[in-house]
Structures are given as C-alpha cells and as structure tokens.
Design a protein around this ligand. Structure first.
Ligand code: FE2
Ligand code: FE2
Length: 169
C-alpha cells in the first residue's frame, strides 16, 4: 500500500496535469483568435496529451488500490503577447512540471517505493522530450523572427502534428 503522503502527492500531480491541459487549451483559443492555425493544432494535441498524463497517474492509483481525489482547476492564463510568448510560457511551464516530477521521484526514493520509482521513470523521460520539443520550436522561432516566410513554414510544420495516444508509443 502506498503511503498517504505519496497518494496525496500523486493526486496533486493528477490535478497539475489537468491544469496543464487547461493552460494549453487556453492557448488554443488564443491562437485560433489570432489565426495561428498551426500553433492552435499543436496546442490542441498538447492538451490531449496532458489529459493522458493525468489518466496514467489516475490509473496507477486505481491499480494500487488507492483513492483518486479530484480537485478544482484554477483559471488558466488567457492573454498572451503573441506567438512566441505562448511557447516561452509553455517551456517555463514544462520546467515546473519537471521539477514536480523530480520531487515525486525524490519522495518515492525516500520511501523506498520501488514500484512507484519504476512508474515515475516514464514521466522523467517524457519531460526530457517535452522540454526538448519546446526548446526546438523556440529556436526555430528565434531564427524565423525576421523572416515571415520562415515563420509561415514553422506554423505549417506545427499544423502537421498528429495525436498519438501514449499507450501506442
Ligand atoms: Fe504532462
Ligand atoms: Fe507537458
């Protein structure tokens, strides 16, 4: 049986993954409103993936016979300062998520909870990918800043992102 402290921390992370989904959905609305169609598509998929991250934690608690407890999700930010701002805020957000996953891992290690240590490794790897994706997009954005054609190409690239359920990865 998982400790109450660990169950509480995982429930908090379910909430935070859903909050992440809500933030990216808010970015979808902003991008749609500003005709950033590729970015809107990119964030729609990002939002779905965050729900998958929440559900992976959710199913883990169920599997471990622990109780899932849902909490309210705070209002997401709704105003952004352009295309690049959304990606800068996304990268900053993902860095916060990484820190939270590391804190969860520290707790699991402290409690010698080997099943949870093994389970959390997936999230450690996922966060490397999340930060690297946003860093790569920001790098392209910086190079495209003075070149509208390059910016158009980047948005076109983001339009091509397709949703892949995490179980199928
Ligand atoms: Fe996530
Ligand atoms: Fe994420």
């Amino acid at each position: 049986m998982l400790s109450k402290k660990l169950i509480d921390a995982i429930n908090d992370q379910i909430n935070y993954e859903l909050l992440s989904s809500y933030l990216y959905l808010s970015m979808v609305a902003y991008c749609e409103d500003n005709d950033f169609q590729g970015a809107a598509n990119f964030y729609r998929i990002q939002a779905r993936e965050e729900v998958d991250h929440a559900m992976k934690f959710y199913d883990y608690l169920v599997e471990m016979n622990a109780r899932v407890l849902l909490k309210g999700i705070p209002d997401p930010e709704t105003e952004f300062d352009g295309y690049k701002d959304t990606f800068e805020k996304s990268l900053a957000h993902e860095k916060t998520v990484t820190k939270r996953i590391y804190d969860l891992m520290d707790l699991a290690i402290e409690e010698k909870e080997h099943a949870t240590i093994s389970f959390l490794k997936w999230y450690v790897d996922e966060q490397v990918e999340e930060e690297s994706n946003f860093t790569a997009i920001l790098g392209k954005l910086k190079r495209a800043e003075l070149d509208p054609a390059a910016l158009y190409m980047l948005d076109d690239e983001l339009l091509k992102r397709v949703y892949v359920p995490i179980a199928a990865e």
